[in-house]
Design a protein around this ligand. Structure first.
Ligand SMILES: [Ca+2]
Ligand SMILES: [Ca+2]
Ligand SMILES: [Ca+2]
Length: 459
C-alpha cells in the first residue's frame, strides 16, 4: 500500500504553537455567557459556537460559525431562538462523518414554568437557524438547576441527553433524530441518587465507535453507559476513589474509525482540584493532565483531538479553569507538553472554556469573561504543526506526525492533491519537502487512481 509518512526526520517542536489572541467574540452590552462549541471537529470548513445572551431582557440563544483559514475566521452572529421565555444552557454539534455537507443541530433548555423546562432544538446548514422544535421535557428543582442538554451527531442520527428528575430520584433522558423526525423521549438511566452533568459523545473502536457514550457525575464518582444493540448498557463507574470526581466531558472523535475516545473530568484524588482523563477502552486507568506545583485549583475541563490521526495523548488538547494567579484564568495542555500553558490570565473572571478544532489544523479555545463588565465571549487559537496520516491508522502501522517533510513509500511517484481535487505537487519516492504548501487537508494518490490516502499539512 502506498503511504505518505513523516517518520524519522525532524524532531517535534510540539503539536501546537502558542495561543494567539484573545479575540473578543461578543460585544453586546447584555450578558453573554455559557458558550458551547462543536466537540467533534468537522472535516470541512466550519465549526460553531452557541451561547446565551440577555440582550433582549430575557435569555436567548445565539450562534456564530467559524470558517477554516488563517487567523480569526469567526463569522457574523445569528439568533437561534429569541422566545420571550428564558432560554439557557445551549449546546451544538456538527455532522462530522464525511457526508460532504455541513449541518448542525443546537439544543437548549427553555424554562416553561417554575418547575418544568422544555428541551428545544434547531437545525442549521451553516448560517441561519430553522424555527426551533420541542423534543422533550425536564423537571427541575431549585432556581439555577438546569437539565444542561448535550448532543452528538453520529452519521445521520442526532442524539440529545439531559438531566431530569421526579419525586423519587433523578434520571437522564434522551431523544434522537434519525434524519426525519425526533423520537419520543426515553430514559438512559434512572437512580434514587442525584445525577448531574450528563454529557454525550461517541465511544472508542473496541466499544463501538459509532455508539453513543454518555457520562455523568453521581455520588462523587463519574459514571458511563453506552447505547449498544438498541439499549443502554448497565452503568459503570470510571476509576472510583473516595475522593470527589465531577464534571465529566466526553472526548469524542468524529467520523474516522477511531481507536481512541475518552473522558476528562475534575478530581480531588491527588489532594488538590485537578484535571484527569481516562481512555474509553481502559476506563480504570486515569491520568493527571495539569501541573501539580503552584497550580491552584483546576476545574471544568474540556478536551478535543487536535489532529485527525489519533496516535497518543499527544493529540489531545485540553482546556480548563485555573485560579493559580488569584483570579479564574484559562489554561491548556497538549498531551506531549511537560507543563501547562496559559491561554488567558486577565485579572477578570474567565470561566467556561471550550475547545473546538476546525479544518484539522486550527484549534480555538472560547470562554466567557467579565472584563467588559457585562460578560462577553473571548477566543484564542493555535495552529497545528506537521503532517499526520494516513486516514485509517492501524495498530503496528502508525505514522509519525509533526514534520514538514513527508516520505512517500514505494518506488512509484504520486500526486499530492488538495481538497478540491487539484494536483498541487508531484511526489517522488522518498522524502519530499512540502513546507511551501498551505496548511490543510490533502490526499496522496497514484496518477489516475481513486481517492488515495489523506494527510494533513499544518503549520
Ligand atoms: Ca456582553
Ligand atoms: Ca428567550
Ligand atoms: Ca482571569
Amino acid at each position: 500500500m502506498r503511504r505518505f509518512s513523516a517518520a524519522l526526520l525532524v524532531a517535534s517542536t510540539g503539536l501546537l504553537s502558542a495561543w494567539t489572541g484573545p479575540f473578543q467574540l461578543t460585544s453586546d452590552t447584555g450578558d453573554d455567557i455559557n458558550p458551547s462549541v462543536c466537540k467533534e471537529w468537522l472535516e470541512d470548513t466550519l465549526t460553531c459556537m452557541v451561547w446565551q445572551t440577555n440582550r433582549s431582557g430575557n435569555w436567548d440563544i445565539y450562534a456564530r460559525f467559524c470558517a477554516a483559514g488563517p487567523g480569526n475566521g469567526w463569522l457574523p452572529e445569528h439568533p437561534v431562538s429569541t422566545d420571550s421565555l428564558e432560554e439557557v444552557h445551549p449546546a451544538v454539534a456538527c455532522r462530522s462523518d464525511y457526508s460532504g455537507e455541513d449541518w448542525f443541530w443546537c439544543c437548549w433548555e427553555r424554562r416553561e414554568t417554575d418547575w418544568f423546562g422544555g428541551i428545544w432544538a434547531s437545525f442549521s446548514r451553516g448560517d441561519t437557524w430553522d424555527p426551533p422544535v420541542r423534543i422533550g421535557r425536564s423537571l427541575h428543582g431549585a432556581a439555577g438547576d438546569s437539565s444542561e442538554p448535550s448532543l452528538v451527531i453520529i452519521r445521520d442520527t442526532t442524539w440529545v441527553v439531559w438531566a431530569n428528575r421526579d419525586t423519587f430520584g433523578s434520571y437522564i433522558s434522551f431523544s434522537y433524530h434519525d434524519g426525519y423526525s425526533w423520537s419520543q423521549e426515553r430514559d438512559v438511566v434512572y437512580t434514587p441518587h442525584e445525577m448531574r452533568h450528563a454529557r454525550i459523545g461517541r465511544g472508542a473502536s473496541e466499544r463501538g465507535w459509532q455508539d453513543p457514550f454518555v457520562t455523568w457525575q453521581q455520588q462523587g464518582d463519574v459514571w458511563f453507559t453506552e447505547h449498544r444493540n438498541g439499549q443502554w448498557t448497565t452503568p459503570v463507574r470510571i476509576d472510583s476513589t473516595s475522593a470527589d470526581d465531577r464534571n465529566p466531558e466526553v472526548l469524542s472523535q468524529c467520523g474516522w474509525q477511531s481507536e481512541w475516545s475518552g473522558v476528562v473530568w475534575e478530581s480531588e484524588r491527588d489532594g488538590d482540584t485537578a484535571v484527569f482523563a481516562a481512555h474509553a477502552d481502559s476506563l480504570e486507568v486515569c491520568r493527571r493532565l495539569c501541573d501539580s506545583t503552584g497550580a491552584g485549583r483546576n476545574y471544568r475541563p474540556q478536551a478535543a483531538f487536535a489532529t485527525f490521526s489519533v496516535l497518543d495523548w499527544s493529540d489531545v488538547l485540553s482546556v480548563w479553569v485555573s485560579d493559580r494567579n488569584g483570579s479564574p484564568d484559562v489554561y491548556s495542555r497538549t498531551g506531549s507538553a511537560v507543563a501547562d500553558e496559559a491561554v488567558d490570565t486577565d485579572p477578570a473572571q474567565d470561566l467556561c472554556p471550550m475547545v473546538t478544532v476546525i479544518g484539522l489544523t486550527q484549534a480555538w479555545c472560547c470562554w466567557q469573561s467579565d472584563r467588559t463588565g457585562n460578560w462577553d465571549l473571548y477566543g484564542s487559537y493555535q495552529n497545528g504543526t506537521g503532517i499526520a496520516g494516513p486516514r485509517f491508522p492501524t495498530k503496528g502501522d502508525r505514522p509519525a506526525a509533526r514534520t514538514l517533510t513527508g516520505r512517500l513509500e514505494g518506488d512509484e511517484p504520486g500526486w499530492l492533491v488538495d481538497m478540491t481535487g487539484r494536483k498541487v505537487m508531484v511526489l517522488g519516492p522518498g522524502w519530499n519537502d512540502v513546507s511551501h504548501l498551505p496548511a490543510g487537508l490533502y490526499s496522496v494518490r497514484n496518477p489516475g487512481s481513486g481517492p488515495g490516502t489523506r494527510v494533513v499539512i499544518a503549520k
